[in-house]
Ligand binder design. Sequence first.
Ligand code: 13P
Length: 287
Amino acid sequence: MLVNATEMLLKARDGHYGVPQFNINNLEWTKAVLLACEEMKSPVILGVSEGAGKYMTGYKTVAAMVKAMVESLNITVPVALHLDHGSYEGCKACVEAGFSSIMFDGSHYPIEENVEKTKELVALAHANGMSIEAEVGSIGGVEDGVVGSGEIADPEECAKITALGIDFLAAGIGNIHGVYPANWKGLDFEALDRIHKATNNIPLVLHGGTGIPDEMIAKAISLGVSKININTECQLVFAEATRKYIEEGKDQQGKGFDPRKLLAPGVEAIKAKCKEKIELFGCAGKG
Ligand code: 13P
């Protein structure tokens, strides 16, 4: 059974650790993440971007696959299925499809429009027992073709959006999706502190978790971050392990071309990466 992400994030906030959002892209990804989290007894949020949803042939397919897999693998830790950077229409589609959580990313709208749309989606999500994340201030880098400028969120705007009854808030603090450029200035902890103070202790979300140094993650958690999103890092280790398998010619030995063999090293690499992050975020044993 899927749960919404509210309770797991309130516990993380009060217990001063972070819950991972691992984005999923296919069946292998989902299986790797679920098995790693179960082994580590960590709660988990499975993130699905609109692009990944389309790739997997639609949100209904994703919801059916995840629900069935949680059952077949006897997963006992709390699992939330969450739309990542959802549009207004995408959020509505995920409510219909049986997700347990949505993110409405209205950060590219003027604040009044972001407020209006977020308000409507808060009512819809809560009426369906789902949690909802909203965003203020775009996050840098490129994700599914969406380009953000890496701006820092305005605490007053954060307070306005938080007051709408959202369950957790993504606020830009200099974080960027994907691999950080060599000249990246790091997270802006003063901005994080101001946002935290302005938003009534709401669990905060750190997007762009890939490549943020461990000590910055720890500091962000100490300043109110309760959810950390990881996507690119799993993609990188999956690609690396798959490349190694092929470069070593293993696909040409026996039945090494069988996808169940070909994709196995990548799955193991994702599992290892998830476990490493769970340790770092302090959420092992919290599920
Ligand atoms: P990374 O791809 O940088 O890990 O970011 C993931 C993310 O923030 C998903 O919303």
